[in-house]
Design a protein around this ligand. Sequence first.
Ligand SMILES: [Zn+2]
Length: 162
Amino acid sequence: MNPLTEQEIRAAFVNCSKGEAKRLSVPRDLAERPWDDLDFLGWRDPRAPDRACLAVELDGRPVALTLRSPAVTPGTRRSMCSICMTTHTGGVSLMVAAKAGKAGQQGNSVGAYICSDLACSLYVRGKKDAGIGARLHESLTLEEKIERTVANLAAFIAQVTA
Ligand SMILES: [Zn+2]
């Protein structure tokens, strides 16, 4: 994806108030992120471990979400990320996004199981290892897996903004 600036990211949040978007913690090392290998940028708020955020470009426009997620607890249960289809042992968290606009203010939310470290792009490319058996043997090419990851994320965001 194209690199995003802090300003672009803050302006891209669709499911929180402008004030919240201003106060959210955005990574300081944006310039050093491996943008070429990212389908979306995901991060956790170091000051609020139950908060996660992600930013992506959809149709050339940056879109960002804030998510609630329980702090990562090492577990033995294997589960699959619904975005990148990587299976982890204890490395997938339920992430809940308040819906955009009025629906969100009324308490409606959408949840998805996502890699706890939000590093889906790197797992798909084999740049980060989730351990033995993490990836099903699939006949898809890397490009197809990347397309699927982006499509899954776009579908999640569409639910949030619906
Ligand atoms: Zn994932």
